[in-house]
Design a protein around this ligand. Structure first.
Ligand SMILES: *Cc1c(COP(=O)(O)O)cnc(C)c1O
Length: 346
C-alpha cells in the first residue's frame, strides 16, 4: 500500500492537481499531438514561448527530457558541458549527457550552485586539438541542490558574455524559474534573454501532474522535435496534460510567493532548534537544506520521528535533510510543522 502523509515536504513534485486544474483537464480540447493537431499543446507552447521570450517551444513529458534533448541538440560526441558540480544534469539524470549527447559534464565546485565569471574562465581550457571542446554552459534557475538560490541576472549576463565569446551556448534549466521570477520581481523574459535555450517544469511548483516546456530559437526547436520523436516523447492526446499547464500559468504562478513565505517561516524555526543547522542559510525560494548532525541523531532518525506526526521531510544523506514547500502545504500546515519541531527538538 502507498503511504500517505498529512504534510509532505519531500518535494514540490508531490503536489496533486487541484479541483480547478482537474476541471481544466476534463474540459481540455485535444487532438493527435504527434501530428501537430492538439490545440491545447499548441496553445501551451505558444504561451510558454512568449513567457520565456523565445521564438518557439516544445511540450515534453518531463524536465529531464527537456535537459537531455537540449544537450543532445547543442553537443556533438566528445564535447564538454560546464555546469555547477551540484547540477541536476550532473547528479540526477543517469549520466544522460554521456548517453544521448556523447558529452561529459565538467562540474565547477561553487557555493549555492552558482558560479561567477572568474570560476567559469578558470574552467575554460586553452584551445588545442587535444582538448575537449566546451559547447554548453548550463545553469539552474533556481539551483536545486544549491538550496533554491536565485542566479542574479548580472551573473547570468556575465556568464553568457563569456560563453558567447567562446563559441558556447547557455542552457538554463528552468525547473523552478518561476519561483525565481516571483521571488525577485525580475521577469522570465529578462532571465531567459542571455540564455540560448531554457525550459519550465510544470510538475514542480506549478502543480501539474507531468510535463515540461523547452524553448529556444525556431531552428533549435526543429532539431529538438526530432529528438522528441527519437526518444519516444511524442505523444497523442497530450492536451489532457497541456491543459493543466495552461491552467497553472493562469492560477499557480503568483501564489509561489506563499511557498517562499512558508519556507522562510520553517527555516527560522529550524534555525532555532538545538543541533539543527541550515546548510544554505539564505532561503530565497521554496527549498530548505539543513543538517541535523549536532543533534547526535541521523537524518533518518529525525525523519522517522516526524513521520509519526504525519510530516515527511526528505533525507539527503547521513545528516542532511531537505524540506520543500509547495501548493499542497498551507500556512496552517507550516504552523503545525513548526510547532511539532519545537516540541520535539526545541
Ligand atoms: C526536477 C528537476 C529536473 C527534472 O525534472 P523532471 O520533470 O522531474 O524530469 C531538472 N532540473 C532540476 C533543477 C530539477 O529540480
Amino acid at each position: 500500500m502507498v503511504k500517505t502523509f498529512k504534510i509532505d515536504l519531500i518535494s514540490d513534485t508531490s503536489s496533486k492537481p487541484t479541483a480547478g486544474m482537474r476541471q481544466a483537464i476534463a474540459n481540455a480540447d485535444v487532438g493527435d499531438e504527434q501530428r501537430g493537431e492538439d490545440p491545447s499543446v499548441i496553445a501551451l507552447c505558444e504561451r510558454s514561448a512568449d513567457l520565456l521570450g523565445k521564438e518557439a517551444a516544445l511540450f515534453l513529458p518531463s524536465g529531464t527530457m527537456c535537459n537531455q534533448i537540449a544537450l543532445a541538440v547543442h553537443c556533438r560526441p566528445g564535447d564538454e558541458i560546464i555546469a555547477s558540480d551540484t547540477a541536476h544534469i550532473l547528479t540526477l539524470e543517469g549520466a544522460g549527457a554521456a548517453v544521448f549527447a556523447g558529452s561529459f559534464i565538467n562540474g565547477i565546485a561553487c557555493d549555492n550552485g552558482i558560479f561567477n565569471r572568474d570560476q567559469l574562465m578558470a574552467a575554460l581550457r586553452k584551445p588545442s586539438i587535444k582538448s575537449p571542446k566546451a559547447r554548453v554552459v548550463a545553469i539552474e534557475q533556481t539551483t536545486n541542490r544549491g538550496g533554491g538560490a536565485i542566479w542574479p541576472l548580472e551573473n547570468i549576463r556575465d556568464i553568457a558574455e563569456i560563453a558567447h565569446a567562446n563559441e558556447m551556448v547557455v542552457h538554463m534549466d528552468g525547473a523552478r524559474l518561476l519561483n525565481a521570477v516571483v521571488a525577485s520581481g525580475i521577469s522570465a523574459q529578462d532571465f531567459c534573454k542571455p540564455c540560448d535555450t531554457t525550459w519550465l517544469d510544470l510538475s514542480k511548483g506549478l502543480g501539474c501532474p507531468v510535463g515540461g516546456v523547452l524553448a529556444g530559437s525556431k531552428d533549435f526547436i526543429d532539431e529538438a522535435l526530432v529528438w522528441k520523436f527519437r526518444l519516444g516523447g511524442a505523444m497523442r492526446q497530450a492536451g489532457i496534460v497541456a491543459a493543466a499547464g495552461l491552467y497553472a500559468l493562469d492560477h499557480h504562478v503568483e501564489r509561489l510567493a506563499e511557498d517562499h513565505d512558508n519556507a522562510k517561516l520553517l527555516a527560522d524555526t529550524l534555525n532555532g532548534l538545538e543541533g539543527f543547522e541550515l546548510t544554505q542559510p539564505r532561503v530565497e525560494t521554496n527549498l530548505i537544506f539543513f543538517s541535523v548532525e549536532k543533534t547526535g541523531k541521523t537524518a533518518r532518525d529525525i525523519s522517522e520521528h516526524l513521520l509519526e506526526y504525519g510530516i515527511r521531510i526528505g533525507v539527503e544523506d547521513q545528516y542532511g535533510m531537505r524540506a520543500v514547500t509547495h501548493l499542497d502545504v498551507s500556512c496552517d500546515d507550516i504552523a503545525f510543522v513548526c510547532k511539532t519541531l519545537k516540541s520535539l527538538f526545541g
